[in-house]
Design a protein around this ligand. Sequence first.
Ligand code: PMP
Length: 396
Amino acid sequence: MTEPAPVSDRIRRAAGSMTTLLRHLDAWDAARTALDACDLMLGNPQEMPLPGLVETIRRHAIPQDKDWFAYKRSEEQPRAAVAQELREWRDLPFRPEDVFLTTGAFGALAVLFQALLDSGDEVVYSLPPWFLYEPMLIAAGAVPVKVRVREDDNDLDLDALAAAIGPATRAVIVNTPSNPTGRIHPPDTLAALASLLTERSRRFGRPIWLISDESYSRLVYSDAEFHSPIGYYPYSVLVYTYGKVLLAPGQRIGYLALSPSLPGVAAVREAVDAAQIAAGWLFPNAIMQYAVADLALLSIDLAELERKRDLMVRELRAAGYELRAPEGTFYLWARSPIPDDEAFCRLLAERGVLVMPGSVFEVPGHFRISLTGSRDMLERARPVFRTVIETLIDTT
Ligand code: PMP
């Protein structure tokens, strides 16, 4: 009998929840270097970085005092800049002291899970989700509880959420615009969710947190409007990353911001600060913090992103695929022409087009395309999507 490896049971279970993802990432790594692969798999850049980004980072790398590279928690100047931006953007009175700079949205979520959750607490979110909520929650000792979004329009299923929220629920995560569906949850849904959380918090005798993952809130198409869940419910926290709008996820910077109407805010600030230290000095590096105010002025070309979205939605529909046009994010979420989405994605991969199967998002029978692929990749992928669906129709 072989002894189990002497590693943490939590991490073993977190790793177990990523088996499908890791299998696809390994296959992707092998395939993407192949000549001319159309890499539409992850939200990764496929072209050179924004020129303004390089210049901004370079400028802030030059020390202006002896403390430039000293240990940093959340610096005053980026906190003030983010609070000011949020006051205008969200029309809510955010305070600098309620903004905590983090290593992207990953860092913000990891810190929040440490700060807000106890072992065994349940956290509810909707499928298809960002696929790393689950391992992060398990690693934090929490229990993921999952419900499906509504099949017809990818909006939150409030009845399913109501059924899933019980006495052990400590938080609900909402991701809008959603990775992978691109759905922006409308105000009516957010108001109904807030009423549900208020009612359940009262019934179970402790507040349920709303963690609002707004990582893609700068990537909203011109025919849609973003609505933040934050204004609807006092026990809410906003999570943001610059990794999407700058398309530079390797330069880790983001933040979490406590709701301006959060009751007992002082104790929560203390908990977040302690969690950020105790989790391993989980603060972004000094240069990225100094750069925040200038980074907020930069963005990938949203008009070009929208042209890519329109091109691919039109092309895929014309070829016979079923999909809703996303309202935000740089992803398309479509139905696989055959129930076995992994087999379908293999057919695309054999022809040099790499996309993510729905199974990775626990919703088989679908697939996700990343529009971060270059225009050239998308043009070359178009006939492949057509050929594969025609082959499948011919053989079924
Ligand atoms: N939340 C969602 C919904 C995401 O899609 C991602 C990145 N794919 C993250 C959080 C993490 O973002 P970052 O890597 O910039 O921290």
